[in-house]
Design a protein around this ligand. Structure first.
Ligand code: 5GP
Length: 356
């Protein structure tokens, strides 16, 4: 048994120190980035924010809204090949959509059918997603997917430590998805005791990934989960995240998945983890007897259309840029000084200003 004595940090454990700035307006802060990658020959440009690949936010409706903002929708893996065929008759914006798969046999069979039907050309990103990215068979799966998706930008995770971030890139991924246990619908920490404070995971994995470069590009990371407020997104970028992915902040809207539910005269939308009993029963018809639920089911007060939230999120990020003197998103980590503070406890859901 070993104990790491150094304190590791979550987003709520820090604030950003303001810095002298020559910027005159939030409008001056540019949130777009252009990335090259370690394996994929593609160059990607946009606002590096993406939905989680969850049934409640990785939806076709969300992609229609986010693509014009140059933000990415990571589709949940429950859409059928036929549904994708239908959707891509009227949607053609590969840079802003990701295809998700797990490592079950049926996931690989579906990937092959998608390839045979020439549907993978509609995605720039392929997201290989498992709760525990530390299994050797996950690394083998990345290698296999790279042989099928030679040009795609491959996302793989989740992990939280530097050595595994490097392994995942060496196995063939371009972007490492970082986060075990921070998600708002996630109960992994409570059920298993496993996890890693998310800001430290982002800083350490980012450092490892960015240290891996070749003549084409460098390793990249996504900060996945645990962002309760726009400030958490800013802190993740400051900590070195290339992309931010989240679920609960993209849920509860018209464009989100989950049923709309009336309760005591108020409207709610469902939000549930991908490993919750609800997800396992709804999408697989049953929960395997050897599995425990590692996800929660909850109701989010219905928030209407997502456009107001996007304005709020992007406006907040630009404001962070002016406070720390960063004109470009790329400069956030260079300009950031974190101050350790006592935890701030309110949740964004309680404070989001819907204008009502
Ligand atoms: P949020 O933005 O809601 O804090 O976190 C979203 C992230 O939580 C997802 O991208 C995914 O990594 C993680 N997640 C989603 N569902 C589950 C689940 O059922 N169990 C666990 N352990 N993590 C989940």
């Amino acid at each position: 048994m070993r104990i790491i004595e150094e304190t590791k940090l979550d987003y709520q454990d820090v604030l950003l120190r303001p810095k002298r700035s020559t910027l005159t307006s939030r409008k001056d802060v540019d949130l777009e980035r252009e990335f090259t990658f370690y394996h994929s020959p593609k160059t990607w440009k946009g606002i590096p924010i993406m939905t989680a690949n969850m049934a409640t936010c990785g939806t076709f409706e969300m992609a229609q809204v986010l693509a014009p903002y140059k933000m990415i929708t990571t589709f949940h893996k429950y859409y059928t090949v036929e549904q994708f065929e239908e959707f891509f008759k009227s949607f053609n914006n590969p840079d802003y959509v990701a295809y998700t798969l797990g490592i079950r046999d049926e996931d690989f069979e579906k990937l092959k059918i998608m390839q045979e039907k020439d549907l993978l050309k509609h995605f720039s990103f392929i997201c290989l997603d498992v709760p525990n990215g530390y299994l050797q068979k996950f690394l083998d799966a990345i290698k296999m997917v790279r042989t099928i998706c030679k040009e795609h930008i491959i996302i793989a995770g989740n992990v939280v430590t530097n050595e595994m971030a490097e392994e995942i890139i060496l196995a063939g991924a371009d972007i490492v998805k970082v986060g075990i246990g921070p998600g708002s619908a996630c109960t992994t920490r409570r059920q298993t005791g496993v996890g890693y404070p998310q800001l430290s995971a982002v800083i350490e994995c980012g450092d490892a990934a960015h240290g891996m470069s070749n003549s084409q590009g460098v390793g990249r990371i996504i900060a996945d989960g645990g962002q309760q407020f726009p400030s958490c997104v800013a802190k993740a970028f400051c900590g070195g995240a290339d992309f931010n992915m989240f679920g609960s902040m993209f849920s509860g809207f018209e464009e989100s998945g989950g049923n709309l539910i009336e309760k005591d005269g108020k409207q709610f939308k469902e939000y549930f983890g991908s490993s919750s009993n609800k997800a396992m029963e709804e999408f697989y018809g049953k929960k395997d007897s050897h599995r425990a639920s590692e996800g929660r089911y909850t109701l989010i007060p219905f928030k209407g259309s997502i456009h107001n939230f996007i304005q709020d999120l992007l406006g907040s990020l630009r404001s962070t840029g002016t406070y720390i003197g960063a004109q470009f998103l790329k400069e956030f980590p260079k300009r950031a000084t974190f101050i350790r503070v006592n935890r701030q406890l309110t949740t964004y859901l309680e404070t989001f200003d819907t204008g009502k």
